[in-house]
Design a protein around this ligand. Sequence first.
Ligand SMILES: [Zn+2]
Length: 394
Amino acid sequence: MLRITKLVPLVSILLVVAAHSSAAHHARSKAAGEAMLARFREQAPTLSDWTALTAHVRTHMLKGARLGQFPDKTPLNPLVHSEVEMDGYKVSNVALETLPGFFSTGNLYVPTRADKPYPIVLCPHGHFRDEEGNLNGRSRASMQIRCATLARMGAVVFAIDQVGAGDSQQSPHHDPISLPLQIWNNIRTIDFLLTLPDVDRNRIGVTGASGGGSQTMQLGAIDPRVTVVCPVVMMAANYDGGCVCESGLPIFRSKHHETNLAQMAAMAAPRPQLVISCGADWTVHTPEVEYPYLKSVYGLYGAGDKVDNLHLANEPHDYGPSKRKGMYPFFAKHLGLSMAPILDRNNPDRVYEPAVVIRSPEQLAVFDDEHPRPAHAVMGREAVYKLFEEATKP
Ligand SMILES: [Zn+2]
């Protein structure tokens, strides 16, 4: 009996890893992950060692991601349409020209009843499919609920497509170029959000689950504008993420550097961070392996109280209600959002999400017959590679 109960979590973890595409090369044993963290601790026993080490790691992460040279910040030429007003928020469909001829796509959620100025939250969606089975995590109900609820609490929120998902169809997702393109789209989307009226540039959050958690940790490590992060069901010392958009380029190791997702998450220190983990994937050991490591790095800043872990041992690999209900109060505290609009009137201890109206993928579409993708959009893998290589020439 004991054996069976021990087997079930292992089987479910293997299934989740398998679903996370070709994971095998990027997974290692728990002991190997722990050994990496022990090495990282030895390499940086003091704050000055840590800042020197992470400057080095950051440089080589970016070089590995083919972003040793960032592209020029060219005009974003935002296309914003189909705005509708809901209960406490508005939602519209947006394209941003993050490279000349290349578009980042998503939905913008703006509060209608909250106090100004508004903090910003960027929400990447990970490799989840929508309810119709399409690679369109942005339209998935749990993603809409997360984004709209944060807007009802007072944040300007952007739900951003992965490259090759939703309306981002200029280049396929399963190509390593998705990794730097997603980083660049995320950086430029924050640029766009900062141009909106009544936003507060000193309060910027990022949160996502799974592959969206990878994007959250990448951004926390490389974009100093981000002030609070919440990676969900992703941060682990023994798994780098199996998709090419996470580990398809040498961001984790080269002959010059070695890192993993736990160290990448720690690179957000001393900014507030909530790590949400669960019992059904590679985050199963977070409370005893990765969280103490993060705590030790935050401790170098005297900021051990700024990092927290919510571990949901019986919960699956997703950004479901139990994870959202952990994230909302954390973002409320650190971004100055209000919990009041989302609490159940009859039971104020409970978060109430049904005020969010789920829209169809068609209603949330950025490009459709009425709003076609601009004619100068570069189409196809080869053309996008050429554009990216030109833009990142030293
Ligand atoms: Zn991916």
